[in-house]
Design a protein around this ligand. Structure first.
Ligand SMILES: Cc1cc2nc3c(=O)[nH]c(=O)nc-3n(C[C@H](O)[C@H](O)[C@H](O)COP(=O)(O)O)c2cc1C
Length: 412
């Protein structure tokens, strides 16, 4: 075990071909600030707040590879006419000396789908949509792989430094990894090798179209947090496969499932009341309240709550790893680095205090002020924010919601 100190946290560091200012990555926290699936000034301002707070790299949260891959309203769908706005986003980050990463995914069973069809590995009842999901056909899977490749090429064209492939949280690729949810009898199901085929194929195809100057990473579950789901032993094996493929510059380790168990990746208070407000009044809202305890069980918050599981992956592969989940203190980052992790990713602590890293760098305020109330979770439907931050100080909020729909690169 190597010793570490503040210098190594805040010194420039390589992530694949990139040099980041420091080891702290702003984790994807879906912003809900795109209009017509395009970049807006509010979205850019949201990220500028973290960039000004001196993180190493920001993550433009969940961008869908296709319209049916969207997980929520006001999301970016990566396509040619989104490129000017995406380029504007990247330039704004570069002007603040921060690298820009795009999280790319297909929401699969958690998604909005098309014509009521949300694809998944196998047919399964969706508690959030109150209906069955639709098993993806071979042609649909090939289309999804092509969509990832196409979107990756557009991200490169927009100047992004890094792509983060979303292989976690019960979204499409994570759904295929799950032994519980993937009951397919073809080459995409059954053995772990087959269940991991979609993730590996996507990573290979993406790597083949992006320039050598761009980093490619993936966010993958350590544990789905459900009985008979994807567990850490399988994660270790998939990490080994991805490492041997040589397609990724780092793995970001997460857990839980927006499809089955979202609180597993948040921990802390369950914002049942605020979540219920998302549903229209009536049967949907009542149904949610009645099932909330089961769908969203309480897990106590602990600092670095994925550390123990992540250590198993650390012991198995040499590739760079990003520790995520409940990182609020600079001491926790020091611990992560001592344990052999190369980077940390932080979500809620930075929503609470966008300038937390800057304070740490200056030697102020070691303890982050996020209280894990998780009310930021449902805020994605109003322009993501922390409830404890006064309205006028919320990143991007001077410009959200905009008085007139204004997309960067279209109206400008
Ligand atoms: C408001 C909000 C939105 C989120 N949106 C995303 C997302 O778009 N993609 C994703 O992979 N994770 C998303 N997450 C999960 C975070 O990236 C992170 O995994 C989780 O918050 C745990 O890290 P933390 O303890 O540092 O907050 C979101 C979290 C929050 C609070």
């Amino acid at each position: 075990m190597t010793s570490t100190n503040h210098t190594s946290i805040f010194s420039p560091v390589q992530l694949g071909p990139l040099t980041l200012r420091n080891r702290i990555i702003k984790a994807a926290t879906f912003e809900g600030m795109a209009i017509d699936n395009m970049v807006t000034d509010a979205l850019v301002d949201f990220h500028k707040a973290f960039a000004e707070g001196r993180i190493g790299m920001t993550t433009l949260a969940y961008c869908a590879v296709s319209p049916d891959g969207q997980g929520a309203p006001n999301e970016i769908v990566v396509r040619e006419d989104a490129v000017p706005g995406l380029r504007y986003f990247v330039d704004a980050m570069h002007n603040l000396d921060v690298a820009a990463s795009m999280q790319l995914g297909h929401a699969g069973p958690v998604g909005m789908g098309i014509g009521g069809r949300a694809i998944s590995a196998s047919k399964v009842f969706s508690k959030s949509r109150f209906k069955n999901t639709s098993p993806a056909t071979e042609d649909e899977l090939l289309r999804v792989i092509n969509d990832f490749e196409h979107a990756a090429a557009l991200a490169a064209k927009s100047g992004f430094d890094c792509l983060e492939l979303h292989f976690g949280h019960g979204y499409l690729i994570s759904n295929f990894l799950s032994p519980k949810l993937n009951k397919r009898k073809d080459g995409w199901g059954g053995s772990l090798e087959n269940r991991a085929r979609l993730a590996r194929t996507i990573a290979k195809r993406v790597k083949s179209v992006v320039p050598d100057t761009m980093a490619v990473i993936a966010k993958i579950n350590l544990d789905d947090g459900v009985k008979k789901g994807f567990k850490v032993d399988e994660c270790v094996e998939v990490a080994r496969m991805l490492e041997s493929d040589g397609t990724l510059d780092a793995l970001e380790l997460t857990g839980g499932s927006s499809f089955e168990n979202p609180m597993y990746f948040f921990r802390g208070d369950v914002p049942v009341h605020e979540m219920a407000e998302i549903f229209p009044k009536g049967i949907m809202r009542t149904g949610f309240k009645l099932t909330a305890k089961k769908f969203m069980p309480y897990y106590p918050f602990e600092e670095a709550y994925f550390l123990e599981q992540a250590q198993k992956v650390r012991a198995a592969v040499d590739m760079p790893l990003i520790l995520l989940g409940g990182i609020n203190n600079v001491e926790t980052i020091e611990l992560a680095l001592r344990e052999g992790f190369d980077f940390v990713a932080m979500g809620r602590a930075l929503l609470r205090e966008p300038d937390l890293v800057k304070k740490w760098e200056a030697g102020i305020a070691a303890e982050g002020q996020c209280i894990h109330c998780n009310k930021c979770m449902p805020s994605i439907y109003q322009g993501t924010h922390c409830f404890l931050v006064p309205h006028e100080e919320r990143p991007g909020h001077g410009k959200w919601p905009p008085p007139v729909a204004k997309k960067v690169g279209i109206n400008d």
